[in-house]
Design a protein around this ligand. Sequence first.
Ligand code: PLP
Length: 387
Amino acid sequence: MAAHYLDHAASTPPHPAVVAAMTEVIESSFANPSGAHRMAREANRRLDAARAAVAGAFGWTPGNIVFTSGGTEADNLAVNASLALAARRGTPDPLAICSAVEHHAVLEPVEHSGGAFIAARSDGTVSLDHLEELLVDADRSGRMVGIVSVMAANNETGVVQPVAEVARVVRRLAPQAILHTDAVQYAAWEDTRDLAATVDLMSVSAHKFGGPKGAGFLAVADSVDLPAAQLGGGQERDRRGGTQNVSGIIGLASAAEVTVADRAGNNVRVGALRDRLERGIVDGVPDVHVTGATARRLPNISHLCLAGVESEALLFLLEKDDVMASAASSCASGAQQASHVLAAMGVPSELARGSVRLSLGPASTDADVDAAVEAVVAAVNRIRRRG
Ligand code: PLP
């Protein structure tokens, strides 16, 4: 029986056009793009074309794009390079601030730097009042804010953050601060051009929208003279040393083009599938809490908390029915970790223990939704009867 893949927020199947484009480059354009000979110049030409395509797809110009090994590197680079830039400008101990619901790729570098966290509201959006308080307190205590990072959409709940409002608060109270957004989930489903005009830095990762793993970028506004966090051969205009992953970048560009062309249609179609999925489960079993239900959400994610259910038992039974899903977030070992996102939203821990994230993609079908509803309802009833 074919698997029903409802874990697109974790990673997506590569689009056939991406596989074809990457295969062709791996076979025919393997030279080092930094070299001087004809074959190297050809690889570099392809890199330039991919850079222009990626920039155009997401609302930036080619010079803004710093290719990275994916979202985690782009997020780390954003935080660490912004703090380094503030220090270079003479700020002794710049402060990093991010929302309490960020992905670990932002959360951990901010934590490591001794940063501060913006509280979330119960619907999963950031508290603008708390952001304001943090910025005023920093100013009063004479601490300059180096970076504020608020994700465009959350990877667990799909909740979309009010980045434009965040920007207004940051520009008013900490005009020197760099504003970063992690658009890793958002870019697959929403037009990023407004974001690009609003923030200074934006992270994107190819494998969330039909591209390969290990390829992504940090977009850097012209006004930010970003220092390199990784030194080497001066690639990416001295902002990220290391030979570029040419085939991965070609795959990223190909995925970006397909995604942007089909995004509006996919948004409507997949949104309807997600709503049907959610309704089926809510109508099928009692005591289901839809996380972030009152906030604006990405169209492809349904995050549910099920009273009296353990996530791991639920995922085990779903897999037996060929439904692939995930819980809050998983660490490299695959084990479930308690969700800092649900904790920040004030979801009681007994309820958070029974969380499941069902995430769809452009290739999802009615059959996937039917199978998932049936499997979740059966599994929840079985677990609750046992309990
Ligand atoms: N940021 C968000 C919001 C994500 O969902 C992810 C991946 O799950 C990342 C960052 C990390 O991206 P990558 O897997 O490319 O390192």
